[in-house]
Design a protein around this ligand. Structure first.
Ligand code: MIC
Ligand code: SF4
Length: 642
């Protein structure tokens, strides 16, 4: 039987376990990336491990999220990150150089290598044939120290593309179609591997849009073959030597096959407030929009911005619409400036933002009350834009640009001739904003501002856990709900005591206070609890507030790992009726929990307030049981050091 591309790359990197779906494997990591909002913690953790220099082939630290400098915090963090990078052998991509995923694709991604990044959209580099996986900062810190990355051996889904994209239909519509069919829960434990004759028609930036937004499936990652298009892209980046051809065997077998005929695919749109609430654009055409944003790591390539510019050229953005455009990198910014596309955007009335995440993470440009916003981004979880009760639609740059002119959501096929964009044969290459590590690392002083507080560490798991159930939430709760981002909260990412005041801020602002009063507490959630971002703060801050266990119907992959890494037990309801029976305020007890998690997967939980017992289940691997017993990964790593 032939092999999938995914398994070929995994096999080349396998250091422990067997390729049996659902069992844990350890893989060697070639490259890591961090961004500033997760990076400060990741580097504090790396420092705590006492490793003198990164042991990867390449590690890059980006600054792209916390860009607004409304106080000293973000600027201080940037200096800390720059000094840490110089000291420990890490490349530092300065603020202004671009969004981590876009820059990594352009300048560092290597087909066939494994990339681990402390950001859920790390799979962007899967567009180049990398196995690129998002994880919590602590897992990335361990990988920087030379440790393997542990993950469940995935099931592999072939997304077989036939035909070619029709005018006005974009790569974004392909991933929307996958999301429409598979939903935000459908990707758990799976890698989405793209193949079929339609692949050759897609450029690397288009492929990267698809693998980027594959994160919204909850998938482990997504990957494209490395072919002549990949070679062409790397050549344009003056990195052809990084190319190697990679593909699945022609007789490869897959766990599942999804067929998409590009000839029949039309423009799609995700409605508020979930990336899988996908319908044809025509279904919501005519809906008034007051904001249109083009950018984010999903759609900020030269191609994306050139498409928007060519639609807007010689026309004006609708007077009721505020339109922003964000180039994904300095490379893209320079290229649209040189090609004239930037002038077309400015003349049309678009507001040009610096190369960063910006509105995607609520760093400015929160939409007005009751106004719909249309964005080319990847996520529209409730409140993520920075406005509560927001109404955010997600769509391609084509749909966004046409809608910005008309002031209402529009099917671009009614607009006329589609833009025809040729990718330049050579991209603008200038790595001056990427600072290599210091030649004399011992002389580098780490700069620590007052916002950088020491890492809180959990206690080893006690013999029994007892605590109050503080909150019960529904299905698909994202980490944006557990610990929101945005311009006000993000600057506190390196200060856990301060950021913990915002846990569940938009759904129950009394949570932090009640958690502190309770001393020990628990949380109950529905299916796919903790979807979305990799932010380990959504585990760290609850841990700091005394949360000991989270019960849920199912967990999203990264959050499940983050909870274990920070000493909180993730437990699944065996019988979903037990979710219904629990009430906030109930006093719960897990007796003999240390013994119970060692001896099996079933855990008895007592509801002391209402006098009944129910069974929950843990899905920790034997290695994770040891981590949980130690009170988290840092304790575990330390206790296993000689
Ligand atoms: C996001 O898109 O939600 C983020 C902000 O990039 C996060 C990381 C973070 O919370 O810092 C992610 O995707 O992992
Ligand atoms: Fe940044 Fe948005 Fe991409 Fe996250 S999804 S890395 S916030 S651009």
């Amino acid at each position: 039987m032939g092999k999938s591309l995914t398994y070929k790359i995994v096999e080349e990197h396998l250091v422990s376990g067997e390729l049996e779906p659902g069992t844990e494997i350890g893989i060697r990591v070639d490259q890591t990336l961090t961004q500033d909002a997760t990076g400060t913690m990741a580097y504090l953790q790396f420092e705590a491990m006492g490793v003198p220099r990164v042991r990867t082939k390449l590690s890059v630290s980006y600054v792209d999220h916390n860009m607004l400098q409304t106080g000293f915090e973000n600027a201080d963090d940037h200096r800390f990150l720059q000094s840490i990078a110089a000291r420990y052998g890490i490349y530092f991509s300065r603020p202004g150089n671009g969004i981590c995923h876009q820059v990594h694709l352009e300048r560092f991604g290597v087909p066939g290598q494994v990339l681990l990044g402390s950001d859920s959209h790390t799979p962007t580099s899967g567009g180049l044939g990398m196995l690129a996986i998002g994880a919590g900062g602590l897992d990335v810190a361990v990988a920087m120290g030379g440790g393997p990355f542990y993950v469940m051996a995935p099931r592999v889904v072939l997304v077989r593309l036939t035909g070619s994209l029709q005018p006005w239909v974009a790569a974004k519509d392909i991933i929307f179609e996958v999301l429409r069919r598979q939903t935000v829960k459908g990707g758990l434990g799976k890698v989405f591997e793209y193949g079929g004759p339609g692949v050759a028609s897609l450029s690397v930036p288009e492929r990267a849009t698809i693998t980027n937004m594959g994160a919204e499936l909850g998938a482990t990652t997504s990957v494209f073959p490395s072919d002549e298009r990949t070679r062409e892209y790397l050549r344009a980046q003056r990195r052809e030597e990084a190319w190697r051809p990679l593909a699945a065997d022609s007789d490869a077998e897959y766990d599942e096959v999804v067929e998409i005929d590009l000839d029949t695919l039309g423009p799609l749109i995700a409605q508020p407030s979930s990336p899988d609430a996908v319908v044809p654009v025509g279904d919501v055409a005519g809906t008034k929009v007051v904001q249109v944003c083009v950018g984010s790591c999903t759609n900020s390539s030269y191609h994306d911005l050139a498409v928007a510019a060519s639609v807007l050229k010689g026309r004006k953005v609708h007077p009721q619409v505020s339109m922003t455009v964000t180039p994904g990198s300095r490379q893209v910014f320079t290229m649209i400036a040189r090609s004239g596309a930037l002038a077309d955007l400015i003349e049309a009335g678009a507001r040009i933002l610096e190369s960063a995440c910006g509105p995607c993470i609520g760093m400015g440009q929160a939409p007005p009350s009751d106004g719909a916003s249309l964005r080319t981004f990847n996520r529209n979880f409730p409140g993520r834009s920075g406005t509560s009760n927001d109404r955010v639609f997600l769509a391609s740059p084509e749909v966004a640009a046409v809608s910005a002119l008309r002031g209402v959501i529009s099917d671009p096929r009614e607009f006329g001739e589609p833009p025809s964009i040729e990718l330049p044969r050579e991209f603008y290459v200038d790595d001056d904003l990427i600072i290599p590590p210091a030649d004399k690392p011992d002389e580098v002083e780490i700069v620590r501002g007052p916002n950088i507080k020491p890492l809180p560490i959990a206690e080893p798991l006690p013999e029994a856990i007892r605590g109050k159930l503080l909150i019960k939430v529904g299905d698909n709760i994202s980490t944006d709900t557990i610990l929101p981002a945005g311009a006000k909260i993000l600057p506190l990412r390196s200060n856990i005591p301060a950021i913990s005041e915002y846990v569940f801020a938009y759904v129950d602002s009394s949570f932090p206070q009640r958690a502190k009063e309770a001393g020990a507490s628990m949380i109950a959630g529905g299916a796919n609890y903790g979807q979305g971002s990799s932010r380990e703060h959504a585990a760290l801050a609850p841990m700091y507030l005394g949360v000991k266990a989270v019960f849920a119907k199912t967990f999203a992959r990264m959050h499940h790992t983050n909870l274990i890494n920070f000493g909180i037990l993730p437990l699944r309801f065996v019988d979903e009726a037990d979710y219904e029976r629990l009430n906030p305020g109930d006093e719960l007890e897990i007796p003999n929990v240390r013994e119970a998690i060692r001896n099996g997967h079933e855990i008895k939980v007592r509801n002391l307030s209402r006098g009944y017992e129910f069974t929950a289940r843990h899905e920790l691997t034997p290695r994770q049981v040891e981590i949980a017993l130690a009170g988290g990964l840092l304790n575990h790593v330390r206790s296993s050091q000689p």
